[in-house]
Design a protein around this ligand. Structure first.
Ligand code: F6P
Length: 354
């Protein structure tokens, strides 16, 4: 059986993309007569027709590599059907290029935006299989995404290191972690790193409660504290406002900086803000993510062998599962406010700011 597979990585990168690409390719070569076409830089490569014929050798030595050998880009889903100044009809271009390349299927590795576009292409008649990558862990119908655990490891190490310096200097350090909409990374790293306060996008915070928590620690002679805040965390006031009215127009004055500045003013304690940013997305995947990404990639190849399309691969408990693309696309897996991890945090005295 011969299958010609187009493969692309879209959206923000994360550790494990190459491990997953390798998993798809190795299993495809193993299971059937596979031809693999690499599509450069996400959906923009599919639109522009930027393809490269790949061979077994291209997938060798990439298991441990960070980033993506295919390159990536963000082509927002909302713009997909918009014809811009270049007059390119992006959806038609993708369909034409898929046909031109004589692809039997398209494998898309990506997050929520990628899944929306993947589903659209599936509805347009392409044979599509999605694979769930993101350090945000916010893809619907999968317990975990690849890249997440490595980011938790990195963010935890950041917190561990901040702990020692915060302790030496008697400072409050606010560490702002990635997660614009979902707080999984901040919650997990906050728990693993022993943060005193954890602020998530799903639980709007009250600054008075944060001040109270830090002052309570100071009263018992704990003169240092760690606050882990997700980049998308909002105060209760902000949560009640429209996005454009929130007044956070300065991109350098992020939530971590704003909280540190206000805390210093209100408590008189010395505060610092640290934003590890894209460090959380860079570098080699952890062993956990190498295994997970490989399992997911191999499942995608099995699905191609079986001719099962219009699905995205996910994890449920210990199992690798296939979920319908149209049920996954357009939904975000937020942290439920009563999630067991949230209760765990509360029950060991972590302040969530509400
Ligand atoms: O989707 C992953 C993510 O890391 C988010 O947590 C973050 O908001 C976003 O990417 C930032 O990515 P970029 O700087 O590439 O736009």
């Amino acid at each position: 059986m011969k299958r010609r597979i187009g493969i692309l990585t879209a959206g923000g990168d994360c550790p494990g993309l190459n491990a997953c690409i390798r998993g798809v390719a190795r299993a495809a070569y193993e299971l059937f007569d596979a031809e693999i076409v690499g599509i450069s830089d996400g959906f923009s490569g599919l639109i522009e027709g930027s393809f490269q014929e790949m061979s077994k050798r291209d997938f060798s030595g990439i298991l441990t590599m960070g980033g993506t050998i295919l390159g990536t880009s963000r082509t927002p889903y909302r713009d997909m059907r918009v014809i811009g100044d270049d007059k390119v009809n992006k959806v038609s271009a993708m369909k034409d290029n898929y046909k031109w390349q004589k692809l039997d299927c398209l494998v898309t590795l990506g997050g929520n935006g990628t899944h929306k576009t993947a589903n659209m292409l599936s509805e347009e008649g392409m044979n599509v299989i999605g694979l769930p990558k993101t350090i945000d862990n916010d893809i619907w119908m999968t317990d975990v995404t690849f890249g997440f655990q490595t980011a938790v490891d990195i963010a935890t190490e950041v917190i561990d290191r901040l702990h020692t310096t915060a302790d030496s200097h008697g400072r409050v350090i606010v560490v702002e972690l990635m997660g614009n909409k979902a707080g999984w990374l901040t919650l997990a790293a906050g728990l693993a790193g022993g943060a005193d306060v954890v602020l998530l996008p799903e639980i709007p915070y009250d600054m008075d409660k944060v001040v109270e928590a830090i002052e309570a620690r100071a009263r018992i002679k704990k003169d240092f504290s760690i606050i882990a805040v997700a980049e998308g965390a909002l105060s209760k006031e902000e949560a009640g406002m429209k996005k454009k009215d929130r007044g956070n127009s300065n991109p350098y004055m992020t939530v971590g900086h704003r909280i540190a500045a206000e805390l210093q003013e209100r408590t008189g304690l010395e505060c610092r803000a640290v934003v590890p940013g894209h460090i959380q997305r860079g570098g080699s995947p952890s062993p956990y993510d190498r295994v997970l990404a490989t399992r997911l990639g191999v499942r995608a190849a099995e699905l191609i062998r079986d001719g099962k399309y219009g699905v995205t691969v996910g994890v449920s408990g210990q199992e690798i599962v296939d979920n319908p693309l149209d049920e996954v696309a357009g939904k975000t897996k937020f942290v439920p406010v009563d999630h067991q991890l949230v209760r765990t945090a509360r029950n060991i005295g972590i302040v969530l700011g509400d």
